[in-house]
Design a protein around this ligand. Structure first.
Ligand code: 13P
Length: 341
């Protein structure tokens, strides 16, 4: 393992004013997104949609440090025959790959899930490296409800994340370590804060036990935020303050950067929260975005599967990328959204 190289890639992933485009929806998830805009999900339509984003030069050069790809996409070619990974690299961004194989029910833990995909991962990582991937993603899912999460679920998922991260570093690939505490429930921000703190503490303990080099990884957490169904939604300032305090307590300064998932927040909330945290400042790590929905909802709608809408889709993507790039610097303002509307 060359740790200097891993560290260089990790730092580039969280470079000032840049963040990660999570375009790694599984075939099932992208079908749901396409259903919502009335587009049939085929190999070609998925390629056309993703090619549209990867060819948005302004966004890719200025605000996107890396792209997380799904297995199908990393092998795909653009309409003109150029490999999609080459388009990403030509724009100065780093190709990455989602390597987990989804979730299964965790035995003895009703309602809880374990992420799978460790078997044969070493061999798959070698192939992905050859194909150009320099970082990977593995997502663990922790739900909050009555009586859950359990320690068994948190521990099993943290252990799998650490085993994955160690395998990635051995293959010279930077692991994005993503323990996602879902915001689907009716819990308030303090319950999310308590559970996320527990999950992060356990995750870093397992990373230590499995000898993962913190300098060569990126953390992808959720923010401390109330559940979507909660009657008491926290203000932007409260989300920012509580999330920053939590991360300072849980994430060692050796980690080069933290790139949040958006998790179902509205586009503007995801941007405003990130911006407010960076405005607090004085942070030991880079703090940026690794958004899926909060970067793609607008371009998906603008595109709606029509070739004549590609320019509109690219404008919508460039706008969200720029807004989040500013938020990563703590320089976003709400009127910038209105001006664009
Ligand atoms: P969202 O930003 O839509 O939560 O997706 C990010 C991601 O990569 C989840 O694994």
């Amino acid at each position: 393992m060359n740790l200097d190289e891993l560290n260089k890639v990790a730092c580039a992933m969280v470079a000032p004013g840049k963040g990660i485009l999570a375009a790694d929806e599984s075939s099932g998830t992208i079908k749901k997104r396409f259903d919502a805009i009335g587009v049939e999900s085929t190999e070609d339509s998925r390629r056309d949609y993703r090619e549209m984003m990867f060819r948005t030069n302004e966004a890719m050069k200025n605000n996107i440090s890396g792209v997380i790809l799904y297995d199908e996409t990393i092998w795909q070619k653009a309409k003109d025959g150029t490999p999609l990974v080459d388009i990403i690299k030509a724009a100065g961004a780093i190709p990455g790959i989602k390597v987990d194989e989804g979730t299964q029910a965790l035995p003895n833990c009703p309602g809880e899930l374990i992420t799978v995909g460790l078997d044969k991962l070493a061999g798959r990582l070698t192939k992905y490296y050859e194909q150009g991937a320099r970082f990977a993603k593995w997502r663990a899912v922790i739900d909050i409800a009555d009586g859950i999460p359990s320690y068994a679920c948190i521990h099993a998922n943290a252990h799998a994340l650490a085993r994955y991260a160690a395998l990635c570093q051995a293959a010279q690939i930077v692991p994005i370590v993503e323990p996602e505490v879902l915001m689907d429930g009716d819990h308030d921000i303090d319950r999310c804060l308590a559970v996320t703190t527990w999950v992060l503490k356990e995750t870093f303990q397992e990373l230590f036990t499995n000898r993962v080099s913190l300098e060569g990884m990126v953390l992808k957490p959720n923010m401390a935020i109330a559940g979507k169904k909660s009657k008491t939604q926290a203000s932007v300032a409260e989300v920012a303050e509580k999330t920053v305090k939590m991360l300072k307590e849980c994430v060692p300064a050796a980690v080069p950067g933290i790139a949040f998932l958006s998790g179902g927040q509205s586009d503007e909330d995801a941007t405003a929260h990130l911006d407010a945290m960076n405005k607090i400042g004085g942070l030991p790590w880079g703090l940026t975005f690794s958004y899926g929905r909060a970067l793609q909802a607008a371009p998906q709608k603008a595109w709606s599967g029509k070739a004549e809408n590609v320019a509109a889709g690219q404008r919508a993507f460039a706008h969200r990328a720029k807004m989040n790039g500013l938020a990563a610097l703590g320089q976003w303002k709400a009127d910038l959204e209105k001006k664009a509307a």
